[in-house]
Design a protein around this ligand. Sequence first.
Ligand code: DGJ
Length: 739
Amino acid sequence: MTPSPSSFRTAILIVAIIATCQFSLHGQVITIPIETNDHAIVLQTDKNNLLRTVYFGKRLNSSTEYAASSKVNRLDDENIGIHNAVYTSAGTWNLAEPAIQVKHNDGNTSLELKYASHSQEQPDANTTLTRIILKDNVYPFQATLYYKVWKNENVIEQWTELQHTEKKPVLMQKYASANLYFADRDLYLRTFHGLWAKEMQPVETKLERGIRSIDTKLGARAMLLQSSSFMLGFDQPAQENEGEVLLGQIAWSGNFKIEFDVDPYENLRLIAGINPFASEYSLAPNQVFKTPSFIYALSDSGTGKASRNLHSWARKYRVLDGEGQRLTLLNNWEATYFDFDENKITALYKDAKNLGVDLFLLDDGWFGNKYPRNGDTAGLGDWQENTKKLPHGIGYLVQEAKKEGVKFGIWIEPEMVNPKSELYEKHIDWVIRQPERPEVYYRNQLVLDLSNPEVQDFVFGVVDNLFTKNPELAFIKWDCNAVIFNAYSAYLNKKQIPQSHLYVEYVNGLYKVLQRLRAKYPKVPMMLCSGGGGRGDYELLKYFTEFWPSDDTEPVERIFMQWDYSYFFPSIVTDNHVTDWGKQPLKFRTDVASMGKLGFDIVASHLSEEDIRFAKEAVANYHSFKNIVWHGDLYRLVNPHENPIAALMYVDGSKSKAVVFNYLVDNRQRLTETNKSVKLSGLDPSKKYTVKETNIYPGRKSPIDPAAIYSGDFLMKVGINPEISLWRTSVVLEVNELK
Ligand code: DGJ
């Protein structure tokens, strides 16, 4: 689209540089406030021109006062250097955990980065970009720190660019994205650990002196054991509606490390970036190394506000088509596993149509001929339709779906290979493996070497061929089931590039493929999956419209998991499917899956008549309220970690419509414990509303009076009783403004 002259003029106006570079002379103190609407980070030079964090907290009314904050907090330490360096370098006077550690081309290991200049731009009314150049006085090495701020959302994205003009490469041993500093606070850290089908298990720790770190060394499927998202509560464990909190994430889809270093004075140094483990990076002269982004939302009113802001930032500025629509679907994975053929698949289309979902998703098992993919031991890498199962190919499946009035999507896992595959036989040099050691498999498969441009072309080609042959293909599920064992790249070896680049170049290779794909196919929805939630970060979500949080769809477990994911991700990006996991009734399972992007992975024709009637109505209801779930504000009302029930609600932008989900999560409690009111949130106190139960199972009567009229004030102070009980374990309420 060509920009109109007026939008062009506006663009010129808003790209006004609001501060020009300043060069600091010794003795002249430079203060750099980086402000969101509610918070400020203040950086300041000291007498030696070292740049330090002198304030991290609530924004001051007058920015002229920031300069004095260093005098209030005595931050110097005569013995072991300063701890509040804005990007701590190793090898000179600093003996604290560094953000950067290098070996120069002559073997010298010293680095001291001093303030050189900075600029602040305001690309638009809501965004500022601060750029700070730090330089070493002895070696021509520099770091440029970036702080991008979305003021209204109180979200900050930080990254660093590293470069030098030494004669030969510099070996970077550690190269963090960000190095934050918080003076004199009691800090409570919540991290999220996992296993297959057990993702996002929270652990809360009070940070004490010493270093606590979270990291992964798994290479691909990097978040299998540990999420890269975390939260910090200041002076108390993070609360939903009060207190200062930070929700953070390193947006890197490979090995990451986040260190929380509490010094002897109880100040916290937070260092986040690529994991230095086995990843020394040899940086050529003039090459610019851009670190991944460290993204965080700050709030002075608890995690509720932080999440709502982060969600709104993600939808507006980060996630592909974040403000768009999504496709509800029927998936065949758990309905058939590998055991299907053309007839079985096309028969399922009727179920999709009958349920009223938008798309049918064909999962694993459709490819491989010499080594058919009839289980997870063979065929991965051979992306040709299996002619026995699908004699008329994918094209036929797409067309048949179209006849039925549903769209068609397909599963791939293009970064991986089974040793039993033609791809492995032809291109063993494309496989990450130690040539002299026995192969070690994860789910019977190995990882392709994405540092190799030929492999990047191959992976791009898998998707490109599918779209070229089937332009009406409407959805991709991109899976990644294995970790990297035996890390070794034949390609890097051939090119005489150090092996220690592999973990980094694997991820960069993946991003390159995705950039190419999105240049050619900008919009088609793609689900990110990694054997469940082994991936899910704000870098990949630039290319994916959604992700699969876990294979665990047992709905009670899922309530907890979705609750914990919801701190960091908006519902529009979390895919939830109704499956046969667990013992909860279909209604419970469907209600839980409706708190995100709804899908089904069941044989609908096996459902009872009543169940199918319910499911169809529930899908129709979902279509009527999905925009509130996808684009509205989330309020977590009753925390299942602390109560026998869970309740959360979504409210639309004009506060005229809301959907409230309530569940019994622990039936050991006496019923009187659960039969309590739920206080709503986010409504307009002066508006009048009605509350109506929806997703009612056929034959059941709702005790909720749909004709009763309440003020928003009443619903938020007194609440509404969803009448959760052993007989009503799941209740969905629609709140509508009375107009
Ligand atoms: C793991 C995914 O999480 C499942 O949903 C399914 O797609 C299987 N892989 C297929 O192998």
